[in-house]
Design a protein around this ligand. Structure first.
Ligand code: G4P
Ligand code: NA
Ligand code: NA
Length: 192
């Protein structure tokens, strides 16, 4: 998506350790007109799929998913990062390992909000190693629902997540795929 690529070039900054900072329009301050165009694009890309619900994970995925949902007219469910392990069986839970934050956390979704007849579109801001996505897919599988596809804002194409998820036969539509970035020069190249 040209609009997002141009915005990343203009306002994104490359940090050491392969981190792309997009705080001014995606991860902290949020450009809602841009989110709206992203939602419109996912709606176009997934027009052939029946979607009944959008699933994301807190925190950064929520804003993007909510704006996108206005083009799908379905509810948004976000997986919660949970401190306490659930013992009463009321939630689906999985573990997500964050390489960026160097920790493992449990994420949960109430069983009330995911059902076997649901057709899920997963939306998230970043795809890096794919751990967050694997966790969300695991939760959908535990609910017996189906994953219709994944919409990602920024995929870091040089990390393994994109290949990993696509190799499972899951359709991943990333609106910008960063092929390489250089924290010395600030140069960013996109997959075409
Ligand atoms: P993975 O889920 O794809 O395996 O990625 P990883 O563990 O490396 O990422 C951990 C968190 O950092 C995720 O957010 C992910 O969206 C984000 N992230 C990964 N690479 C980048 C990057 O280059 N730039 C930015 N800005 N974020 C990146 P999270 O832990 O779920 O946190 P949040 O949604 O609460 O912010
Ligand atoms: Na995220
Ligand atoms: Na994030």
């Amino acid at each position: 998506m040209k609009l997002l690529e141009e915005r990343i070039r203009k306002d994104g900054t490359v940090k050491a350790g392969n981190v792309l900072k997009v705080d001014s329009f995606l991860n902290h301050q949020m450009d809602i007109d841009l989110f709206n165009e992203m939602g419109k694009e996912w709606a176009r890309l997934f027009a052939d799929r029946k979607i009944t619900k959008i699933l994301t994970v807190e925190a950064s995925g929520i804003g993007i998913a909510c704006v996108a949902a206005q083009h799908f007219h379905v509810p948004v469910v976000f997986a919660k990062k949970s401190q306490s392990v659930n013992i009463d069986g009321e939630v689906y839970s999985t573990k997500i390992e964050s390489f960026t934050h160097k920790r493992v956390y449990d994420v949960i979704v109430s069983k009330k909000f995911l059902h076997p007849e649901d057709h899920i579109l997963i939306i998230d801001d970043f795809l890096a190693n794919g751990c967050a996505l694997e966790g969300l897919i695991d939760i959908v599988n535990k609910a017996g629902a189906s994953v219709e596809g994944v919409g990602i804002a920024v995929e870091k194409g040089f990390q393994k997540g994109g290949d990993l998820i696509r190799s499972k036969g899951i359709r991943v539509e990333s609106l910008a795929i960063v092929e390489s970035m250089d924290d010395k020069t600030g140069e960013i190249t996109f997959r075409s």
